[in-house]
Ligand binder design. Structure first.
Ligand SMILES: [Zn+2]
Length: 188
């Protein structure tokens, strides 16, 4: 599909914080074009890059923003949601027992098994490959001699975003790439 002919509904804007880093990586901070335009008119954001697609009304015509940046810095003090994806992300999609990164094999393990009163919380759930999960079975970490590589705990939004930087989304509009890859490309 020719990007020049992209329909408005296929023109989400990547939202950057005031420091020009994406507001979040997972989920990637995107606004639909209507929300992006509204923020432009309310002068809450600067337009950093634009699509070729234009929208028109009787009073104005403009190209849709592909990247916007907030004028006011938003800090990530919020606590992340306890979701399956966020647990995998915290653990870098890596089995916490053997270090396997085979994604289709990834499951969740209760460090203290449910049968022993283990709860489903940030502090007791880790990513584990199915082999390790089966091997550990209903045993505790001590009994199985299997301890998570990292002590599981609730991550901060900042930590999750840092992890997310290693897992860029599959589809990126060309003008977003600079903002997503800038840091990683600087690394030796
Ligand atoms: Zn494993």
């Amino acid at each position: 599909m020719n990007p020049a002919l992209r329909a408005p509904d296929a023109c989400p804007a990547l939202v950057l914080n005031a420091d020009f880093r994406p507001l979040s990586y997972f989920p990637l901070s995107l606004w639909c074009w209507q929300d992006a335009l509204k923020a432009v008119f309310l002068e809450r954001v600067e337009v950093v890059a634009q699509y070729k697609t234009r929208v028109r009304s009787p009073s104005f015509e403009m190209r849709l923003p592909s990247v916007v940046s907030l004028k006011t810095y938003v800090n990530h003090a919020r606590t992340p949601a306890f979701t399956r994806f966020n647990v995998f992300l915290r653990d870098s999609f890596t089995c916490q027992y053997c270090g396997s990164t085979a994604r289709d094999q990834l499951t969740f393990d209760h460090v203290v098994p449910r049968s022993r009163g283990g709860r489903t919380t940030w502090e007791n759930i880790v990513a584990a490959c199915s082999t390790c999960n089966i091997k550990k079975g209903g045993r505790t970490a001590d009994a199985a001699h299997m301890h998570p590589a990292r002590k599981p705990q609730r991550p901060t939004m900042f930590e999750l975003n840092e992890r997310g930087r290693a897992f860029p989304p599959h589809y990126l509009h060309e003008s977003w790439q600079d903002f997503l890859y800038w840091d990683s490309e600087l690394e030796p």
